[in-house]
Design a binder for this molecule. Sequence first.
Ligand SMILES: Cc1ncc(COP(=O)(O)O)c(C=O)c1O
Length: 384
Amino acid sequence: MIPYGKQTIDENDKKAVIEVLESDFLTTGPKVEEFESALCKYTGAKYAVAVSNGTAALHISSLILLEKGDLVLTTPNSFLATSNSILYADAKLLFVDIKEDGNIDLDKCIEILEKNKNIKALYVVHFSGNPVEMEKLKYIREKFNIKILEDSAHAIGAIYKEGKIGNCKFSNIATFSFHPVKHITTGEGGAILTNDEEIYKKAKILRNHGMVKENFINKDLAYDKKGNLNPWYYEMQMLGFNYRITDFQCALGLSQLKKLDKFIEKRKKIAQKYDKAFENSIINPLYPFNENSSYHLYVVRVDFKKLNITKAELFYKMRKEGIFLQLHYIPINLQPYYKNLGYGDENLPNTYKYYEEAFSLPIYPSLSEEEQNYVIEKLKENLQ
Ligand SMILES: Cc1ncc(COP(=O)(O)O)c(C=O)c1O
């Protein structure tokens, strides 16, 4: 079976995890902070908070950035978690259409922002690992006083002129996911990156039940009659969660992070091979080869209206050959839950056309040459 994405685990990864399993700390221990520091070093962000998954990272971020009723611009072409996190904060979404490359159309965002002064935030997704137009993000950040979040679940290791995605040069927060299909994995895992100390502190507190052990507010509870700090004292200051990540997961993350650049090189090679194989065919890569993309996904578009096969038939046929294509994504605004909330009637022609045409091919570091050739051969054969 050839899936669309898969983890790459080696002996060093296993050793790193076993070392922690044999140590004193299984959860929150030294590896968590080590992993956070390594993420800062890798991306260039000042602060990182590692959490239990990418959705938790988005949830905490939305609670920090948004207030009830805030209107937030975002993309319909993402995994549910991006926009769900906006709903978790009781905020409202305004879905903006995408461009040819699957990323949110930032020109449209600017148009909307110019007309509607009530918009409080913009959530972008660097879809497939291809950064959104960062110059425009910079412009939005400078011109409009809104919060910006980069859902970078697809884009660790992606590059733009000002450095690496995750450095938060033009945003308040960037989030990562370390799910096994992503570039590096911790099993389940995620992270919040920021350059803002306040955000960092809040994120750490929200990760752990809203609890603090320092900066107590309630002096009566914290100190005994003699003025000594009660040794058991802890204080809840916010309604937080258990979104902690374990030490052995972070050991795996640290070990994986060392190999990230090599993983991305491999992904780029596969993308180049696919690009070449589909030249002058009806199979159109989502965008021309982009050195800056970290190629979490390799998406192609095919105009099925011109063919005798539907997209569903293609998926079934490829599955029979052992190749599991995937679709990223069903437009979020069309999901029943969102429709019940009153979304779904948006005019998003590029998104709907993309949904008809797009699908993702297998891409991961351990995908062999033979497997790549097999995918190309079977895809061409079925689309003839
Ligand atoms: C764009 C995007 N955002 C958020 C998430 C959520 O991450 P996780 O699965 O780690 O909760 C994902 C994961 O699939 C994703 O692709």
